[in-house]
Design a protein around this ligand. Structure first.
Ligand code: NAD
Length: 484
């Protein structure tokens, strides 16, 4: 019998009861792994009610008590990391090494949240006014929801869950309907970690489920990560419903390679940034602006290194896995075709890749396009595939200006040996995450993570101290004792 994806509500597993659903399919083999029936409005009510009921007592538990299940959860994640990684590979398509890596970044967030007793402290000022002491007290707010995307199904829920519950809130996760199985396993581990019933809840579904959650009167706030149009919609709808909201959107990241850079090193980092997770990353640097004097040499080295990459089933020893669905693979192919029609040069074609033993996988090899002009769609839109678009630049200022004209502002990288260029880049680039001589500007869990412009809607970002502020409200308390 096909496995059914279930909800975890009020400390137990329950079936979903919607009218519609979809299969969970292995992107490398096309095998059906499970069936997902979307949650109905009643299922959503049940999860939010369970959260709010649990919140009544959870918020008043001593903070030391609240972090004990998180310590256990961290230990369980470590013990089960391989198994969780394999689940991610089978439902998402990335390589096992990539899946292990995303889980590591997720676990780091659990570790940071275990420091809530220090991080959640408010301020206190004796004699703020004559004879008056003033204190800022951080208080949790209720039940928070996180709606997450398909591309990091193990890591992204952990940008939110540990901080939400450590600060004393209850939590509902709505993972991507494309790859919900790793969340199933993580919630089994959360159950084992020993949270009181209803503190952590899992609701499966699609867009309608999200609408029910973000407009629910019992929900205090919403974190969203996904594509820009949906992020904008979530931001507007949740704010209109009077709730806190942070919504991370899509990206179009650029890398600038100056003629002072080490070419081999910058190619290696650029290629892995663009093609890791088959390009399905919001931090993928896929538009590469190369100073014109080294353009040919850079392109040649890029093709050479791309030729060495192996593509296949992520559980085997390969460099790159499959794309999430056949529809998405077709979309990426259309972007390549469109760029060629626009006038780009095909420097390396990944479209004819075939993987022995996996004829039904959604595979695409690394593709390199040259002479990609700014106005081409492939320069403007998020492609989310293993495609590197190269362009020449003459002056550094022009390269920064092209990068800044992108509607997105998630991340950017610069390869250079010149301090002055690094300084200008740091000061003038309009993106939330910047890297010099590194391909991926990924912050550690103790720094916040968020983009700018169409890559982010809100003010407080994911991870670290921004999450503490998002999940708490500061009550100001003043005290006077005239007889003292
Ligand atoms: P998506 O926007 O299609 O889906 C994300 C979530 O939103 C899913 O849980 C889905 O069920 C829900 N959803 C989809 N349509 C909806 C609608 N109309 N109303 C309400 N909810 C809806 O994104 P995806 O394809 O799963 O993920 C890829 C996107 O996520 C890319 O654009 C990528 O850049 C972005 N992303 C951004 C970051 C970041 O930190 N900025 C991180 C990872 C991924």
């Amino acid at each position: 019998m096909t496995r059914q994806v279930r909800n975890y509500v009020g400390g137990g597993w329950v079936d979903t009861s919607g009218d519609d659903g979809e299969p969970i399919v292995n992107p490398a083999t096309s095998d059906t792994l499970a069936e997902l029936t979307y949650s109905s409005s009643a299922d959503v009510d049940r999860a939010v009610d369970a959260g709010n009921e649990a919140f009544e007592s959870w918020q008043n538990r001593a903070v030391e008590e609240r972090i004990q299940p998180l310590f256990r959860f961290k230990q369980l994640l470590e013990e089960h990391q391989e198994e969780l990684a394999e689940t991610i590979v089978t439902e998402h398509g990335k390589t096992k090494q990539e899946a292990m890596g995303e889980l590591r970044r997720g676990i780091e967030n659990v570790e940071v949240a275990c420091g809530i007793p220090s991080m959640m402290q408010g301020g206190h000022l004796p004699n703020a006014a004559p004879g008056i002491d003033e204190t800022a007290i951080r208080k949790p707010l209720g039940t928070f929801v996180a709606v997450t995307p398909f591309n990091f199904p193990g890591m992204i829920p952990l940008w939110f869950l540990p901080y939400a519950v450590a600060t004393g809130n209850a939590f509902v996760l709505k993972p991507s309907e494309r790859d919900p199985l790793v969340s199933q396993r993580m919630f089994e581990l959360l159950d084992e970690a020993g949270f009181p019933d209803g503190v952590v809840n899992l609701v499966n579904g699609s867009a309608d489920t999200v609408t029910d959650l973000i407009t629910h009167e019992g929900v205090a706030g919403v974190s969203f990560v996904g594509s820009t149009p949906v992020a904008k919609h979530i931001y507007e709808t949740t704010a209109a419903a009077g709730k806190r909201v942070q919504a991370q959107g899509g990206a179009k990241n650029h890398v600038i390679v100056s003629d002072s850079a080490d070419i081999k090193f910058s190619v290696e980092k650029t290629l892995s940034s663009a093609c890791a997770c088959a390009g399905e990353r919001c931090l993928a640097n896929d538009v590469v602006l190369v100073q014109k004097s080294i353009y040919e040499e850079f392109a040649e080295e890029l093709i050479k290194q791309a030729d060495e990459m192996t593509v296949g089933y992520g559980l085997n020893d390969v460099d790159m896995g499959a794309l999430i669905t056949p529809e998405h693979e077709s979309r990426v192919r259309e972007y390549i075709d469109g760029a060629l029609q626009d006038g780009a040069t095909l420097l390396r074609d990944g479209r004819d890749v075939s993987v022995d033993g996996y004829p039904d996988g959604n595979f695409l090899g690394p593709t390199v396009l040259g002479n990609v002009e700014e106005e081409f769609d492939i320069s403007q839109d998020e492609v989310f595939g293993p495609v590197v678009a190269l362009a020449r630049y003459d002056s550094f200022e022009n390269a920064i200006a092209r990068l800044n004209r992108s509607e997105f502002g998630n991340a950017a990288s610069l390869f250079t040996e010149r301090g002055a260029e690094a300084s200008t880049f740091r000061q003038n680039t309009e993106a939330g995450n910047l890297a010099v001589n590194a391909g991926t500007a990924a912050p550690m869990a103790f720094f916040h993570f968020g983009g700018r412009k169409a890559s982010f809607f809100g003010d407080l970002h994911a991870q670290a101290d921004d999450m503490i502020r998002f999940y708490t409200d500061e009550t100001i308390y003043i005290e006077r004792w005239p007889s003292a």
